[in-house]
Design a protein around this ligand. Sequence first.
Ligand SMILES: Cc1cc2nc3c(=O)[nH]c(=O)nc-3n(C[C@H](O)[C@H](O)[C@H](O)COP(=O)(O)OP(=O)(O)OC[C@H]3O[C@@H](n4cnc5c(N)ncnc54)[C@H](O)[C@@H]3O)c2cc1C
Length: 325
Amino acid sequence: MPLENLYDVVIIGAGPIGLACGIEAKKAGLKYLIIEKGCLVNSLYHYPLNMTFFSTSERLEIGDVPFISHGPKPNRAESLEYYRRVCATWNLNIKLYEKVESVISEDGNHSVTTSKGNYNAQAIILSLGFYDLPYPLNVPGEELPKVKHYYDEPHPYFGQNIIVVGAANSAVDVALETYRKGANVTMVVREPSILDTVKYWVKPDIENRIMEGSIKAYFNSEVLEIGTSSAKIKTPAGELVIENDFVLAMTGYQPPFEFMESCGVKFQDDQFHTPIYNERTMETNVKNLYLAGVVCGGLKTNKWFIENSRVHAEIIINHLKEAAI
Ligand SMILES: Cc1cc2nc3c(=O)[nH]c(=O)nc-3n(C[C@H](O)[C@H](O)[C@H](O)COP(=O)(O)OP(=O)(O)OC[C@H]3O[C@@H](n4cnc5c(N)ncnc54)[C@H](O)[C@@H]3O)c2cc1C
């Protein structure tokens, strides 16, 4: 393998935490490469266009680059601008639009195969995020183009009968935004109420809209079948067929477990399919293969987020320095 393809550490995923790992590796003088299958901060790029972060901007900062936003909580566009700035400030070594297909580890060394080439690294950091694999509804009709697992903006839903599935933050944001832009919104919620994890400044808004009947909500209910202009839902009062133009399934996303398993990562036998790693070093059961960011929580995708997992970068690189890679 050519010398330029040999690295001390290869970081998979250029989300905020992968970038933080790159910065720490650079600070430590390691030869590193970040490989990203999409654009820079690909997950954030795919967030709803009008979203606002729940964190204040300084809590999303990495690499000592100040994050100045117009309001206390930045929006998507400001976050994209910020992480572009971070990348340019640190002149990070990143390959974009290159998907890592496999990592094969032997005696603490790793061969990485991507859609564009091969690399070798002494250490690997998996900072893969959780935004690529939506939970399916597993109902007939889910394959119709009117069913969306990602939401971008409200305009296409003006004057349309839409079902929003779910009762967590994303579902609530989508229901409120589309309602305010002229959609006729029905929420179908498996749970008995809007979830307690919904942002405290948004929860009263959705509950009041439901109470006054502006947004219809069926609790303890689920979608059974989706047709081209209708949907069948199961409610405690029986089955209903309602007119429907779009289904926005805001049912959450899951980390790429299959890929992690193929890298040799093992998982706890718990309800969250939590990956096994040493919390002191972030090293997995595979020697010199580390986890960083949201992937560490398994299915508990709200356990680790940008604010509280930025620190993973320093922990990992300190461990690599101790091991004198
Ligand atoms: C609507 C919304 C609002 C949020 N607001 C906040 C907030 O206010 N504050 C906060 O702290 N957190 C917030 N979060 C959570 C936060 O965005 C995530 O926790 C964060 O993106 C995690 O960063 P990460 O780097 O671990 O993963 P990601 O940002 O998901 O990055 C992972 C990257 O890995 C890439 N990748 C995956 N597989 C491969 C592969 N095989 N090859 C190459 N690349 C690959 C992906 O394309 C992606 O770019 C929010 C999330 C959502 C959905």
